[in-house]
Design a protein around this ligand. Structure first.
Ligand SMILES: [Zn+2]
Length: 170
């Protein structure tokens, strides 16, 4: 089992646009495999490639990792092609430790991307799955969930994180 190191805010790879994947080759399949293992071990319900330091458009999601209905989704070059409604859920992020906050997102989304065979797939999602997909696709565009908060809350979190970092280094 390969568990990769998870990058945390404000590492640069989290704040930049990831590159589309031109070819689903062995390296990408292996990366997806390692990302899934890293997500399950964290534990988390979604992970974007730039969270493990690879600026490529690849994500893994599993909203029921400990249950029998567990269903791993792997998508390359994902894009949201339709949205509907609004929902507010408390989110957290493996790359933004010790922060939880309510974020307003679309309740339903349709996402198009490539599976690991390079085949185009479309996923219709709602509720938690829709939220996680939006969160991970945001990652690939260099956007962290704290960017969706009010400026006041965001600044508060950023200050808290900086203090924590300073303490760790000190
Ligand atoms: Zn995240």
């Amino acid at each position: 089992m390969t568990v990769l190191e998870i990058c945390t805010y404000p590492e640069k790879v989290l704040l930049q646009q990831s590159e589309p994947i031109a070819d689903i080759n062995e390296e990408i399949v292996k990366l997806a495999d390692h990302m899934a293992e890293t997500m399950y071990s964290a534990p988390g319900i979604g992970l974007a490639a730039n969270q493990v330091g690879v600026a490529k458009q690849l994500l893994v999601v599993d909203i029921a990792p400990r249950r029998p209905e567990s269903d791993l989704i792997v998508l390359a070059n994902p894009e949201i092609i339709a949205v509907e409604g609004e929902v507010t859920i408390e989110e957290g992020c493996l790359s933004v430790p010790d922060c939880q906050a309510e974020v307003k997102r679309h309740e339903k989304v349709k996402v198009r991307g490539l599976d690991l065979k390079g085949k185009e797939v479309e996923i219709e999602a709602e509720g938690l799955l829709a939220v996680v997909l939006q969160h991970e696709i945001d990652h690939l565009n260099g956007i962290l969930f704290i960017e969706h908060l009010s400026r006041l809350k965001r600044d508060l979190y950023k200050r808290k994180l900086r203090k924590k970092k300073a303490r760790q280094q000190g």
